[in-house]
Design a protein around this ligand. Sequence first.
Ligand code: NAI
Length: 338
Amino acid sequence: LPASAKCVSFLINTGVRTAARQSSSQPKVALLGASGGIGQPLGLLLKQDPNIANLALYDLVGTPGVAADLSHIDSNCRVKAYTGAKELAACVEGADVVVIPAGVPRKPGMTRDDLFNTNAGIVRDLVECIAKAAPKAFIAIITNPVNSTVPIAVEVMKNNGVDAKKRIFGVTTLDVVRAQAFVSELKSTDAAKTVIPVIGGHAGITIIPVLSQIQPSVKFSEDEIKKLTPRIQDAGTEVVNAKAGAGSATLSMALAGARFANYLVRAVKGEKIEACSYVASDAVKGVEYFSTKVQIGQSGVEKILGVGSLSPYEKACVEAAVPQLQKEIAKGIKFIKG
Ligand code: NAI
């Protein structure tokens, strides 16, 4: 049975239909794909987040071992394992935030879009179950191609009568982390204080670091911008090639995923958070999804904060990204609508 069908039978068996979000004083995070290259270090970081009271780990294999291991860490977060499709609904039920790194990663020579055939179905089936067992959860999607998997998730929710547009987030935090790392190294600035928005999407030229908006202000030569921008865009490929067939970024992605999950949990608890994320957006004409800085609160995306003031080079990058984004968004929507 596909995960979605098993999920439905589980729900019928237990009578669970639309679980309300659990009290935000005891936030629960569900991690789907918890035994993987990203899942394991991400679980390690989430276990240490004092904002998270319950961590539910789901995968097709290996979760009991990962959960046993993590549960020996002396932090207050409680860890529980769920394995296989029939346990998915119980895993996500009552979750405030569901983080999804389930799916296959790239090998050298592959684009993120090459993962579509495998990962689109995985995300569809997982979200189908979330729509029934945790319709109010915030969903953070790490699984590539993010440019397509986010529209897939929104459409699946819609098919289940749930308008989750404001609660589905494509995780682009690694692009921000990389931009900040590369610039602080190049310019010898404090990495912990360097803030750079990255807008657009999460694949190749759709990744647009907005170096002109760096805080605190740093001056770049034209040459530096023309070298840094493609390096940030292709940073994932740098890791894929260095790992030589053993996968893509896992450790830096775990850090980025934990950082973004922390934002979402704090938003659920009542804070207003500003962060970049790939979401349903009207920030740029011609595309329904776009990453910009957004304000996140208890209801999800409360404000799209827009692209801000861009240099002519950055404006050209946005123009170049739009056709690729349109194609990848349409591909995701078509996968669900047929
Ligand atoms: P991995 O292969 O090491 O782990 C994936 C895990 O997902 C495995 O444990 C596998 O059993 C599990 N899985 C597969 N199908 C599943 C299903 N139906 N339900 C639950 N679990 C399932 O891969 P890795 O390195 O952890 O990467 C995961 C995804 O994250 C890939 O799609 C990769 O492209 C993406 N990624 C995204 C980044 C981003 O910035 N958004 C950065 C790096 C990777």
